[in-house]
Design a protein around this ligand. Structure first.
Ligand SMILES: Cc1cc2nc3c(=O)[nH]c(=O)nc-3n(C[C@H](O)[C@H](O)[C@H](O)COP(=O)(O)OP(=O)(O)OC[C@H]3O[C@@H](n4cnc5c(N)ncnc54)[C@H](O)[C@@H]3O)c2cc1C
Length: 484
């Protein structure tokens, strides 16, 4: 029998593993974290671009005002000042909703909350001002949002949001220019694959429940500096052992309990508690072929993934001073003006990052032979349509990165496939954005899963503690009107 406070092994240094490691180390528990890559952060990390020798993020990662656990985690580890909170979003679309065939100039629609209106009405004037929806479409949209908030959920038998929108008679223009724009970037999936419940969560948490849930928090430094350097230093200061470039091959389980882990280099580490915080695709291959409780984890194999593509562009001059933009009617979905956000026009040029979520059409056969250069050219063309000065700018460098398994697909039925962080095996806990948190694949979901796994672990150690925050207070009118 080991002492109750024997070492906890955490496998995976993404945000879920990090939340777990920091929380346990804060409570004086001995922690060893194994990460197979040379840096921490997992999917939310950076790499060095050889040409510019700059650390660039594998993709822009943003948080939202409603991401309570992630935002608190950033405060706990001392990185929250490295985010800028956008209280105004810029939606760029046609100047009018009329499809009159004439090339319409674009309009930048500044979208912000009305300071005098309480939730859920605070964003009504902003929606009302969108140039690319007609007045009747805006009324239809308001009706759709209200209906979504009031719709009871049946997780066992729910439609896709695409089917639900058609049922609600939302016009194609509203679907394409509003629902699609918000949901695809929030959930990284296409409307035909997004469940009604996940779509509802985006609007309820982001737009309807509180006044600030919709605000976007953008890191002002590369992700590596946040989750790699700052958290690594903090963990080391807390005496946690962090082993980078040390992959774990298997978790050892005997008689229904964890007995150790075997590293890829063959070393064996004896331990009684393991938090397996790796992507869902890896989990089953890291567990013994047979053990009691394996069956209950088999559904993990049915979880599907969706890709995200980012296009990184460096120009010799600034093409727009806007810090970010959301595009309507474009392949490009979000633009992040990294030079402005980092307050650093670099020697390498003015750096813009374009994000294309649910980029199914840019991968595999759906790509229809389009080369990376052609996709980048399309993105630049779109930028030029909005900011004609782009034609004068010289493109110094570009690169495109596609993460094929960026997030899990929030398809109807997904919640039945996501396991609890507590398993049937004594001493084995799961963490990861894909475990059962109710959240989509986000940094918020990852941090929540790490905290939930830690709660279960502390409970089993006889040190129960509530780690997750109570739900944030719903605005009084949102409660009365929608029962939120
Ligand atoms: C392109 C892209 C854009 C995104 N944009 C956003 C965004 O804007 N906002 C947002 O909230 N979320 C975003 N996400 C999602 C977010 O990155 C993830 O939800 C979150 O980072 C997942 O954290 P995790 O700890 O669950 O998993 P991961 O980050 O995948 O961490 C798992 C870790 O386990 C390690 N590992 C795997 N196998 C082993 C092994 N055998 N031994 C040791 N270590 C191992 C991996 O190397 C990895 O570091 C984005 C994701 C991608 C890919």
């Amino acid at each position: 029998m080991g002492a109750p406070h024997s070492e906890v092994v955490i496998i995976g240094g993404g945000l879920s593993g990090l939340a777990c490691a920091v929380t346990l180390a804060d409570r004086g528990l001995p922690v060893s974290l194994f990460e197979s890559r040379p840096r921490l952060g997992g999917r939310a990390s950076s790499f060095e671009d050889r040409q510019t020798q700059h650390l660039i993020d594998n993709c822009q990662h943003v948080s939202m005002g409603c991401c309570d656990e992630f935002n608190r985690f950033c405060e706990t580890v001392g990185i929250s000042s490295s985010f800028r909170r956008e209280k105004k979003l810029y939606f760029i679309g046609p100047r009018s909703s009329r499809p009159d065939g004439i090339e319409q100039p674009f309009k930048i629609n500044a979208f912000s909350a009305n300071p005098c209106l309480p939730a859920p009405f605070h964003l009504l004037p902003a929606f009302g001002g969108l140039s690319y929806l007609s007045f009747p479409e805006k009324i239809g949209l308001a009706r759709g949002l209200k209906q979504l908030a009031l719709t009871p959920l049946d997780l066992d038998n729910e439609p896709t949001i695409a089917a639900w929108l058609v049922e609600q008679k939302q016009s194609q223009n509203v679907i394409d220019r509003f629902w699609n724009v918000v949901l695809v970037s929030a959930l990284s999936e296409s409307l035909e694959r997004i469940s009604l419940s996940h779509a509802r969560k985006v609007f309820v948490d982001g737009f309807l429940r509180t006044r600030n849930g919709w605000q976007v928090l953008i890191p002002t430094v590369p992700l590596e500096k946040l989750y790699g350097e700052v958290i690594l230093k903090r963990l080391e200061k807390q005496q946690a052992k962090v082993h980078l470039q040390t992959g774990v091959d298997r978790v050892q389980i005997t008689d229904g309990k964890v007995t150790g882990v075997q590293l890829r280099d063959g070393r064996e580490i004896a331990c009684e508690r393991v938090v397996l915080a790796v992507p869902h695709q890896r989990v089953l291959s890291m567990l013994p072929d047979e053990f009691e409780g394996r069956e209950s984890l088999s559904k993990i194999e049915q979880i599907e993934s969706a890709p995200i593509t980012s296009v990184h562009l460096w120009f010799d001059r600034e093409i727009t001073a806007l810090p970010h933009a959301v595009f309507v009617d474009s392949l490009s979905q979000w633009m992040f003006n990294r030079s402005r956000i980092m307050q650093q026009p670099s020697e390498a040029g003015f750096y813009y990052q374009i994000v294309i979520s649910a980029s199914h059409n840019l991968t595999g056969e759906a790509r229809q032979g389009r080369t990376q250069a052609e996709i980048i050219a399309t993105v630049i063309e779109e930028l030029t349509r909005i900011w004609p000065e782009t034609t004068q700018a010289q493109l110094i460098h570009s690169r495109m990165v596609t993460e094929h398994q960026a997030v899990f697909s929030v398809k109807p039925g997904i919640e039945r496939l996501r396991p609890s962080q507590r398993t049937a095996v004594k001493g084995l806990y799961l963490a990861g954005d894909w475990t059962s948190t109710g959240w989509p694949a986000t940094m918020e979901g990852a941090v929540r899963s790490g905290l939930q796994a830690t709660e279960f672990l502390l409970d089993d150690l006889g040190q129960p503690e509530s780690l997750l925050l109570p739900p944030s207070k719903t605005g009084i009118l949102s409660k009365i009107l929608f029962g939120l």
